[in-house]
Write a protein that binds this ligand. Sequence first.
Ligand code: CP
Length: 335
Amino acid sequence: MKYFTTINDIKNAEDLITEALNLKKDPFGFSHLGKNKTLGIIFMNPSLRTRLSTQKAAQNLGMNTVVMNFNQEGWALEYNDGAVMNGNTVEHIKDAAAVMGTYCDIIAIRCFPSLKNRQEDYSEKILLQFMKYCNKPVISLESATLHPLQSLADMMTIEENKPTNRKPKVVLTWAPHIKPLPQAVANSFCEWVKTRDVDFVIAHPKGYDLCDDFTSNVTITNNQDEALLDADFVYVKNWSSFIDYGTMPEVNDNWLLNENKMSLTNHAQLMHCLPVRRNVEVIDSLLDNNRSLILKQAENRVFAAQAVLKQMLETNYKIEEKFTITSNEAELCNS
Ligand code: CP
């Protein structure tokens, strides 16, 4: 594996989920693989789970890690080719990424969207430039449009907790929030859950449609109660508008997930990627009861990252003369 930025970068989702579940049973079985290898972990945005789980995953494989919060600790980056850098930006991404590539064997990067310019965000400008110039395998730690490590951990969690006597019903429901959030977790969840043998339904208020590229062939409703009927898993997540990009269209109905709404489900298990705004998105009693999977999802982040790193280390990646990429092409969703 050379890149892990979308499900399209991997050959087989089932195999990767199984690999991650096996690593959970034997975390140190491949601690020789990463000897004398360095993982560079770059954050343009805050993180708890992604930062610590990725470091732990690398350490379980015997890798060294170097971590940098670019936005707080690095030089202000320039992203535009040919820019005359006589303003606030100090270092071009092509130089920063190339330098990181000389220090590291694999690079992992978090780069959130601006939520101001849909075309620019959905072109994955920052991620693609980093991939182009660092010339090393790259793992997305959540990009402008996708969060694949979260989704891999979520698929592991569903696999571990699914009913054995029927095809599970999985509901992704929009939840309220106090500020606009990216669509990345929801987009990614759609990409991954569509590969599973489940009935999948998305519920969101009017104005919160996700990009068609991710929701094609999925049942979508604006009626949360209808979606929750007989659900086995309820994944709660806020996202801002894709259509009126980055805004928060007014919602009159109550979308806060509470006990009454959960009573419509088939004794469903609750999922959330965290961090969660308690009593804004979901009420405390649902997050804290034994049907909540939030800590299991967070725990599985370690083994999701470990499975991806393991496959990259095993690939014995060789630098190619020419940068090529088949996924996340610049025209994605830029209509
Ligand atoms: N779920 C997740 O990505 O958490 P962090 O933002 O804390 O890394």
